[in-house]
Write a protein that binds this ligand. Structure first.
Ligand code: FAD
Length: 304
């Protein structure tokens, strides 16, 4: 069996695997796609110490860094269940089972899509999901934010400080964000809010040039010219496969403490699949390191 088995090969998983392996303990990492969300990212400008890199390049160097250590890398495999017996068992969809004394879950998350024409086509060409990451690219430009929940309104307030103008599109008749955020938003001069509207299409040629939406009451369509669209309708953690084996919060994120302990002894979690408040590459890397050090601490305190 492994001493530490990491499930997920994004920034959190890579970091957890390297920190574990550096303790000289038997380390494995199982991942469906090594690199995680980073593979879908183009420019990365907020990985501190690296002024600019690109997702596929970072994914490759994460894998190279893990490969520099004695880590069993198991790629192209999805975990489908977790069981605690004498050891912790991770069942794979392919039928196999991996056993380990500790497990670090780092299965990440995915942005919920609006599923309208143009969204896939213009991803990274004006369609964005992360205001902390891509906001500065829209300095002085016009953007729309799809979604009027907390993340949408936080994004709109954030973007209003950078962009020339921000349009918020909310599907429901009312915004769902906290009142204090709504009050802040309404004080901003360069924000327009449309409620009860449905996004129909993100238009463009080689990059985004507009958005079309309809009024859900009378069906009337409207087209706005703009340069960017931020989709903010939820980040979904990849944790369904855990069922009731661990405590997860209302939106499915794994609940952890500041040692990255989950509700099951010996099972740790790190990165975007957890209830940590901000989801970023550098935060996930730190979280993976923290989880690995906690796992090591757990191992030296338990019987071999
Ligand atoms: P992930 O990167 O989501 O990795 C999860 C891993 O788990 C993957 O290897 C996946 O294949 C695997 N996995 C999932 N389910 C299973 C399973 N059941 N069994 C086995 N393996 C599984 N952050 C920044 O800091 N700067 C940016 O510029 C930036 N831009 C972004 C742009 C886009 C388009 C997106 C989508 C995100 C961006 N982010 C950015 C956010 C950043 O990518 C994430 O915060 C970070 O990748 C999270 O790392 P993670 O390791 O926790 O999870």
């Amino acid at each position: 069996p492994f001493d530490v088995l990491v499930v997920g090969g994004g920034p959190a998983g890579a970091s957890a695997a390297i920190y574990s392996a550096r303790k000289g303990i038997r380390t494995g990492i199982v991942a469906e796609r090594f690199g995680g969300q980073v593979l879908e990212t183009l420019g990365i400008e907020n990985l501190i110490g690296t002024k600019y890199t690109e997702g596929p390049k970072l994914a490759q160097s994460l894998e190279e860094h893990v490969n520099a250590y004695d880590v069993d890398i198991i790629k192209g495999q999805r975990a489908k269940g977790l069981k605690k017996k004498d050891l912790i068992e991770v069942e794979l969809e392919s039928g196999g089972t991996l056993k380990s004394r500790t497990v670090i879950l780092s299965t990440g998350a995915r942005w919920r899509k609006v599923n309208v024409p143009g969204e896939e086509e213009f991803k990274n060409k004006g369609v964005a999901y992360c205001p902390h990451c891509d906001g500065p690219l829209f300095k002085g430009k016009r953007v729309a934010v799809i979604g009027g929940g907390n993340s949408g309104i936080e994004a709109a307030i954030d973007l209003a400080g950078v962009a020339e103008h921000v349009t918020v599109l909310e599907f429901m008749p009312e915004l769902k964000a906290d009142a204090i955020l709504q009050t802040h938003l309404s004080s901003l001069p360069n924000v327009t809010v449309y409620k009860n509207v449905q996004t129909k299409e993100i238009t463009g040629t080689n990059k985004v040039n507009g958005i079309t939406f309809s009024n859900r009451e009378n069906g009337e369509e409207k087209h706005l010219e703009l340069e960017g669209v931020f989709v903010q309708i939820g980040l979904v953690p990849n944790t369904d496969w855990l069922g009731d084996t661990l405590t997860r919060n209302r939106i499915g994120e794994i609940t952890i403490d500041n040692h990255n302990n989950t509700s099951a002894a010996g099972v740790f979690a790190a990165g975007d699949c957890t209830d940590s408040p901000y989801k970023q590459i550098i935060i996930s890397m730190g979280s993976g390191a923290n989880a690995a050090l906690s796992a090591f601490d757990y191992l030296i305190r338990s019987e071999a």
